[in-house]
Design a protein. Structure first.
Length: 884
């Protein structure tokens, strides 16, 4: 671009005649240099990275008048057009967008300077840039396992579902009459999970396996109110970490034990979680453990593998109460760890305690069979703080991919894939034994734990030559997990790496048919699954494409019309944004590869962090976890951990300041997370709620200033217009410090910040959570959500600690990065109780009793609306009672 500018400059210097559009700002003028243009933009209050400012001042670069961009992303991606903008401005009586911003955005939160960001480029250029970044990722063959496996993604599903705007841009199916296609696909997912796991009921997906395990722990506690929960030490490490993080701020005590060490005789154990097959690959009979747990009133949870269960005895057949896991293996790429949809299935007696949405079958007025969301009384949009489920963050797009994978292959196809993976593992195991290696376990599905018969350096030198990754266990043994993409060549390379002189062909010949592995044991699956017609009708590409198109045409998405819903989850992703997710350089990277093999991902993280820090005014950004709701929870766990480290464990009160509501919350038992956009999006315990008229805000200032000086305050969260109000009334200082005698932390609005114009930064809190800014927006699927790291340098160690606990992408002690898609925590039931005698006491004035919009009730079950004087008096009394 600069070279072209110099060439045109020389041409102009020779006196060439140039055509300038009528009304051009450069007509009859000497074109300024590029840097002169930047200076003029800055003086005008705009910048190269601020399109609205640039448009307002008019383009002044000579080259841009002659070579205007024809593929401007912002103009093509997001409307409205210039004519429509002018019509809207005229209707409002405004002259420009700048005037609109001046009249709507308070000056106190305006940045006052141009953003320091790179010049914007067109779509073609950004795709070329992303290609260069993607090429920095090294695609090695990864046999690391740990719940993440390569798979063969059917191209028919990629082309007609993952890359199809008719599937990607749909919204949550609140309106079943325009959502029958998605609902049928999600019902297929539920049916597939129930059949394969042998359970009674399944939900329509959760965030990830770690979150599903934490939800199972919470379900067990809700069921029998017991505090102790056993976790088998042979579960995947990231799953254990997420469960422990959730339990840190709940009334559940986690104990890591082997099955034979678990004691249920005290009748104080709510449940137990084990992995089947476990993280070492062992297939074990847990029947005796299940019987012992049930005899003492404890529930049993099993984290499992859907592909393994196609030939393994399903957990439902030996009495498991909850089955959970990841459906990534069913046609969803690795993508450096996520997003992947989790599954969660339970016995019928636990259905009302199960988290996540469920699709059911009913009949319409004409008697026709139709689909709709079932048992919605469990959901937060109805029961609010009393909900046992949260419909947000279900990774529905990935659940639909897994469902179509099951429909495409059917029962016979899935069993064929599972047998092939198991046979490849048997061949490798036999070759390793011939080479002098010892296997830790005799019964396995796809994972081998190998006690080396040769030097470890020799093994890894050979693995590096073949560009193959293995897993290293804490005891120094090597783990190898195979998948459906393994070929004969891959087996030959693996045998060579471990010093086996025979090829896979020779090993297979000598094995004979008598070596059948688990298929010759009592673990072999004998029950049928996926017998419904839908799983036995669409096994050709033509049929599956027609089926997906038929479902797509039953729905309303952005390919049909506008979706007039104001939601933080409604973020349109352009085709150019979604294109790179299918590139093999991004899709085929295992989350636990060494960092030098993921330099492209690391560059993306660094550049995005830099830009978001500049936009928001923060110092550090974390891109974990994969959900806005989990981001809020993760942020508060970091805040609490930081204050605990400072010796301020007594801080347990939080204040949420909204336009019409003031929340005073006491953390009695647990930190609780809810979906973004709901009143209870983030809770410490059970809140006390005052619903206030808007004109009553001025009466709150003095009381809130008094509250913020309490040594018990944990954090304050001003929402929306309440930010500006709090600053105008000096409730918040420009920088609310963390320390004794002051507000412990301040948190910015959750879903509103991403929609603010560039150059606007809300006041200066320590922490902020923003909702998802990128990713396929399928129903309420978000990828990824992100929460912002500490404002002060001293908080960064705390942030890293919390991220590590959540299984996030940081360098771990074991020198393995965490999975990029592994998230933290998700909606859980509030079990905390308020302090005795701390209920809201109301005066005798106007008491038009109404149900609280928040669904939170006082002792009478109703929330009164009072006069301003009564509000002020009640507010002082109850805030001070909680803060004392």
């Amino acid at each position: 671009m600069q070279t072209s500018a110099r060439w045109w400059g020389r041409l102009v210097g020779r006196g060439a005649t140039l055509y300038l559009p009528p009304g051009s700002a450069l007509a009859g003028k000497t074109p300024p240099s590029r840097w002169g243009w930047r200076g003029q933009q800055s003086a005008a209050g705009g910048s190269a990275s601020n399109p609205s400012a640039a448009a307002a001042s008019g383009s002044s670069r000579y080259i841009e008048q002659l070579l205007p961009q024809h593929d401007d992303f912002s103009q093509r991606h997001i409307g409205p057009r210039d004519k429509e903008k002018r019509e809207m401005l005229q209707t409002m009586g405004l002259a420009s967008i700048d005037e609109l911003i001046d009249k709507t955005v308070p000056a106190s939160i305006r940045l006052g300077r141009p953003l320091k960001m790179d010049d914007h480029i067109c779509e073609n250029e950004i795709l070329e840039t992303l290609h260069n970044i993607a090429n920095k990722n090294k695609i090695w063959r990864s046999y690391i396992g740990m719940g993440y496996y390569n798979c063969s993604v059917p191209h028919a599903i990629v082309r007609n579902l993952l890359e199809n705007a008719g599937w990607v841009t749909q919204y949550t199916p609140y309106q079943p009459e325009v959502s029958q296609g998605r609902l049928e696909s999600l019902l297929n997912y539920q049916t597939m999970v129930c059949d394969i796991t042998g359970m009674d009921v399944a939900n329509a997906s959760l965030l990830d396996e770690g979150t599903a395990a934490a939800e199972a722990m919470q379900l067990c506690h809700r069921h029998n109110k017991r505090r102790k929960f056993y976790v088998d030490v042979r579960c995947h490490p990231q799953t254990i970490a997420v469960v422990q993080t959730r339990a840190n701020y709940s009334c559940v005590v986690i104990e890591l034990k082997l099955p034979h060490e678990m004691d249920f005789s005290g009748k104080d154990v709510s449940g137990v979680l084990f992995q089947y097959p476990d993280t070492e690959g062992k297939v074990e009979d847990f029947t005796e453990l299940v019987e012992r747990a049930h005899q003492n009133g404890s529930l049993v949870c099993c984290a499992t593998d859907l592909l393994a269960l196609c030939i393994l005895r399903p957990p439902g057949e030996f009495g498991v109460d909850v089955a959970l896991g990841s459906s990534q293996r069913f046609g969803v790429p690795l993508c450096y760890g996520g997003p992947h949809a989790a599954f969660f299935a339970v016995k019928e007696n636990l259905v009302r305690m199960m988290p996540g949405r469920m699709v059911g079958v009913t009949r319409d007025a004409n008697g026709k069979e139709v689909y709709r969301l079932a048992l919605q009384t469990r959901e937060q949009h109805i029961r609010r703080d009393k909900a046992t489920s949260n419909i947000c963050t279900a990774q529905a797009l990935l659940a639909n991919m897994a469902a179509m994978y099951g429909v495409y292959h059917g029962s016979n196809g899935l069993k064929h894939i599972a047998r092939r993976v198991h046979n490849a593992t048997l061949i490798l195991a036999e070759g390793l034994k011939r080479a002098g290696h010892t296997l830790q376990h005799d019964l396995f599905f796809d994972t081998l734990k190998i006690q080396r018969g040769c030097a470890v350096k020799e093994v890894f030198d050979r693995a590096g030559q073949r560009q193959i990754n293995f897993r290293i266990y804490s005891d120094g043994t090597i783990g190898v997990s195979l998948d459906e993409t393994v070929t004969e060549r891959d087996l030959d390379d693996l045998l060579w790496i471990f010093g086996c002189e025979s090829s896979s062909e020779l090993v297979a010949e000598n094995m004979g048919e008598e070596t059948r592995g688990i298929l010759s044991t009592a673990f072999k699956r004998t029950s049928k699954f996926l017998t419904h017609q839908v799983f036995n009708s669409y096994h050709s590409e033509t049929n599956i494409v027609r089926y997906m198109k038929r479902l797509e045409n039953k729905d309303i998405s952005l390919v049909h019309s506008m979706i007039p819903l104001g939601s933080c989850t409604m973020k349109l992703n352009s085709s150019s944004e979604l294109t790179p997710i299918t590139w093999k350089e991004f899709a085929n990277i295992h989350p636990f590869v060494p960092l030098d093999q993921a330099q492209g991902y690391q560059q993306l993280f660094r550049e995005l962090e830099r830009d978001l820090c500049e936009i928001t005014g923060y110092d550090r950004i974390s891109f974990q976890p994969n959900s806005g709701a989990q981001g809020e929870y993760a942020g508060l766990t970091a805040i609490k951990a930081y204050l605990n480290a400072k010796g301020e464990r007594h801080r347990n009160v939080s204040v949420k300041l909204c336009l019409r509501q003031l929340f005073v919350e006491q953390m009695v038992w647990r930190i609780c997370s809810r979906g973004s956009g709901q009143v209870g999006s983030l809770r410490f315990g059970k809140p006390r709620v005052l619903v206030l008229p808007k004109n009553s805000w001025v009466t709150l200032a003095k009381s809130l200033r008094l509250c913020l000086s309490s040594p018990s305050l944990l954090y304050m969260l001003p929402m929306g217009e309440a930010q500006d109000w709090a600053q105008q009334h000096q409730v918040l200082s420009p920088r609310c410090p963390m320390g004794a005698g002051t507000a412990a932390s301040c948190q910015s609005p959750g879903c509103s910040e991403p929609h603010l114009p560039a150059g606007i930064q809300p006041w200066d809190p320590h922490w902020s959570k923003l909702s998802s800014v990128l990713g396929p927006q399928q129903q309420v699927s978000k990828c990824p959500g992100w929460w912002e790291g500490p404002k002060e340098e001293e908080l960064r160690s705390t942030c890293s600690h919390v991220l590590e606990c959540l299984g996030c992408h940081v360098r771990r002690r074991c020198r393995e990065p965490g999975p990029q898609g592994s998230a933290g925590v998700r909606g859980e039931e509030v079990c905390g109780r308020g302090r005795p005698g701390s209920g809201v006491k109301w005066g005798a004035g106007r008491e038009a009793r109404v149900r609280s919009e928040a669904g939170v009730q006082d002792g009478s079950g109703l929330i009164p609306v009072c006069s301003q004087s009564e509000i002020s008096r009640a507010l002082r009394h109850n805030l001070l009672a909680l803060l004392s």
